[in-house]
Design a protein. Structure first.
Ligand SMILES: *Cc1c(COP(=O)(O)O)cnc(C)c1O
Length: 373
């Protein structure tokens, strides 16, 4: 049996090698390493895929969040709501700009922001909210949009993990994750569902003037060459990465289907096990399974992880520490709601191997080993 990995980028690359190598060589021969043609082409393709009229590529998903926040012209003491059970990027970008992250608890089954706890977290300083579409499905955006309309908040969707997921509105219409709020952000970090072979990111918006501003901010605030309208930053998607992502975007639906197949197999086998809880799929969102994350009951999570490791099955804890406990955020955050679900999840979640290259033999081994625990 091939050794089991959390993600297997090499085997995936080998399946597309001819196309990827050709795309990279094309860039190398063109000499257009910065802002080459492939960057615009990829932005256009991504606009088509997501249904977002404007796509602004940038250097990584954290920059995308930072630039999106910069475009809002917020002032010190302004607050931005984020889920407490999350990767650090969104809260970090908020704090870096001198704003205050307001932490809100997440829903115990879907792991996304608990929309029932948003209103109690809003103060007169609250200006924006960053729902995070965690692990592959969206937050409850319809409820969230109703709340933000009432309080006039801006919505930045952190869609680093859920490109391709689609949200189902109660009127039956659908929108892709990242295209529902004012701005959506994407990461093309190699392990993401659409990953490059290096860093990359993008911002999505359906508003032309926001799009123009984001584009300027990502390019030193330039409105024309050597004329700087804003203090911006330097955040570009490499031409080589754009060329690679162009190839990989054509496989994205196939990748998502492969992940879903793994998830369905896991869930069918694990739903009978009483000491774990399989990931819930919200009725308002499709799930693209960036992670397959179980909850382990009875305080057995670390023990299970060690057992799996002894059987050469890797697993990861996303995320081990609630944001409110991070030393970097001491005196820099406000707690918007009780955060007991986040604390519990940090002790009980475990993400299992999830990628597009898991074969039947590996799946059977993982499933049998977990059943024997
Ligand atoms: C990966 C990730 C980011 C950051 O993306 P980078 O490209 O690594 O900067 C932001 N938010 C979430 C939820 C992520 O998973």
């Amino acid at each position: 049996m091939k050794p089991i990995q959390m993600v297997d980028l090499t085997t995936q690359y080998l399946r597309m090698q001819a196309e990827i190598d050709e795309a990279v060589l094309h860039v190398l021969r063109s000499g257009q390493y910065i802002n080459g043609k492939a960057v615009d082409l990829f932005a256009d393709s991504l606009a088509q895929y997501t249904g977002s009229p404007y796509v602004i590529p940038c250097a990584n998903g954290t920059d995308a969040l930072q630039i999106a926040l910069m475009s809002l012209d917020l002032r010190p003491a302004d607050e931005v709501i984020v889920p407490a059970f999350n990767y650090i990027a969104a809260a970090e970008a908020i704090a870096l700009l001198g704003l205050t992250p307001v932490l809100v608890d997440v829903h115990p089954q879907t792991f996304t922001i608990d929309v029932q706890k948003i209103e109690e977290s809003i103060s007169s300083n609250t200006k924006a909210i960053i729902p995070v579409h965690l692990f592959g499905q969206t937050a409850d955006m319809e409820t969230l949009m109703r709340i933000v309309q009432k309080y006039h908040l801006t919505v930045i969707e952190d869609n680093a993990q859920s490109i391709g997921a689609s949200y189902l509105f109660s009127d039956g219409s659908r929108k892709q994750a990242g295209t529902i709020g004012n701005i959506g952000t994407l990461s093309f970090f190699p392990t993401k569902n659409l990953g490059g072979y290096g860093d990359g990111g993008a911002m999505l918006t359906n508003n032309e003037s926001i799009a123009k501003k984001l584009k300027k901010l990502a390019s030193h605030g330039q409105s024309e060459k050597y004329k700087h309208e804003f203090i911006g930053c330097n955040s570009r998607l490499d031409t080589i990465q754009a060329a690679i992502l162009q190839v990989k975007l054509s496989y994205l639906d196939e990748f998502i289907a492969a992940r879903k197949k793994v998830a369905d197999t896991y869930t069918n086998e694990f739903k009978w096990i009483d000491w774990l809880e399989t990931p819930a799929i919200a009725n308002y969102s499709t799930h693209v399974f960036h992670q397959y994350t179980i909850q382990v009951k009875d305080g057995k999570r670390d023990d299970l992880q060690q057992y799996l490791q002894s059987k050469n099955i890797p697993s990861m804890v996303y995320y081990p520490m609630p944001l409110q406990n991070q030393p970097a955020f001491r005196n820099k955050i406000r707690t918007g709601s009780a955060l007991s679900v986040t604390e519990k999840l940090c002790r009980s979640v475990l993400s299992l191997p999830m990628h597009t290259e898991l074969d039947d033999e590996q799946m059977t081994y993982i499933i049998d080993t977990i059943k024997q625990y």
